[in-house]
Write a protein that binds this ligand. Structure first.
Ligand code: BGC
Length: 348
């Protein structure tokens, strides 16, 4: 089922779309930022749990430039070193919003914009949002048209599809920045969740700036080895410089086999039995264990503290635009690119 809800805000009318299926699962997505606001599903006792963190009011999403709850991030998710890059012989400068570097494309991110509701398709439980990002927007070249489609299927898959075209070559690495807590958004630490990742390598960071060194390192024998299920907390406090730089996990892992049929990640909430499987055709995932949450006010009076949520941000690798040995995030002029990430829920 698909329903819409109009909300008056200080910046005009916002449209939220509620998609629900015959399994009692529902999501709420907003044309404010093409944001995922709620993701409700039944736990092992049949109780509905909202498994994503978020703000209490829609108004707060206009300034979603710190935690990025549920955000659609673009044009480039993650870090760009020195907030600049060269493309086709030209140098481009973007905002420095994290020291000398750029994080998530800066203060005027796509998650703070009002997107067009381009189409609603009740028969397949689907909504498409569209954003026109002019040449020079955030400092990037080319007029980019980005469409994000959310679809909720009857087998509990939330499919997020990105479709993009630009009139000039431009870097593009969009992501969804939802924080999951499979025990329920207000249930505290995620450290006892089980996690498994089909990722045999990761990109270490230089220091607490979180800029990758450019190396690709095997996870074997490191806390980043999630190839067999273990709790998120099992190795998180190890004395390992990579974990210390970021106060926990906040690193890009290379997916062994990015595809839409085999999950690259499986996580289970220890209290609810809710299982999340994630699929993508993008090459990397930033696994972030919510290290910088600090008693952040959230939905229904919740307070989100350190490690109360985790993100699986599918994307090109951080700083890929400046790192020749990483897969290129450049979208070629007048070519359409399409990426998809699927979050599927069930009961373990
Ligand atoms: C980054 C974190 C950051 C978080 C919220 C993640 O993608 O890797 O370092 O704190 O986003 O901005």
């Amino acid at each position: 089922m698909l329903q819409t809800q109009e909300i008056e805000t200080t910046k005009g009318t916002i449209t939220n779309i509620i998609l629900s299926n015959n399994q009692e699962t529902s999501v709420v997505v907003s044309n404010l930022g093409a944001t995922l606001l709620n993701f409700k599903t039944q736990d092992k006792n049949g109780k509905l749990q909202d498994i994503v963190l978020g703000f209490d009011t829609i108004e707060e999403y206009f300034s979603n430039t710190d935690t990025y709850f549920g955000a659609s991030v673009g044009r480039i998710a993650n870090r760009t070193e020195t907030a600049s890059f060269s493309l086709n012989g030209e140098t481009f400068q973007i905002d420095k919003n994290e020291g000398d570097n750029n994080l998530h494309s800066g203060p005027n991110g796509y998650q703070t914009r009002v997107w067009e509701v381009e189409s609603l398709d009740k028969s397949i439980n689907q909504v498409t949002f569209k954003l026109d990002s002019p040449d020079g927007d955030q400092g990037y070249p080319g007029h980019l048209t980005l469409k994000i489609t959310y679809q909720l299927t009857d087998d509990n898959q939330l499919k997020i599809t990105y479709q993009a075209i630009s009139d000039k070559d431009t870097p593009l690495s969009p992501t969804n920045h939802s924080y999951f807590n499979l025990n329920g958004h207000a249930s505290g630490s995620i450290e006892n969740h089980l996690l498994q990742l089909n990722a045999s390598a990761y990109t270490p960071i230089k220091d607490s700036t979180s800029i990758p060194t450019g190396q690709i390192v095997n996870v074997e024998g490191t806390p980043f080895d999630f190839r067999h299920p273990k709790t998120i907390g099992q190795d998180i406090n190890q004395t390992f410089d990579q974990l210390q730089f970021a106060s926990g996990y906040d690193h890009n892992l290379l997916l062994d086999d990015p595809n839409l049929q085999t999950a690259f990640a499986t996580a289970v909430g220890d209290k609810t039995g809710i299982k999340l499987e994630a699929f993508t055709n993008l090459p990397g995932v930033q696994f972030y264990s919510g290290n910088f949450l600090n008693n952040h006010p959230g939905k229904n009076q919740a307070s989100y503290d350190k490690r109360h949520g985790f993100c699986l941000e599918t994307q090109f690798f951080p700083n890929a635009i400046n790192t020749p040995n990483f897969p290129s995030p450049v979208l070629k002029a007048n070519e359409t690119n399409s990426y998809q990430t699927i979050y599927k829920v069930s009961i373990e």
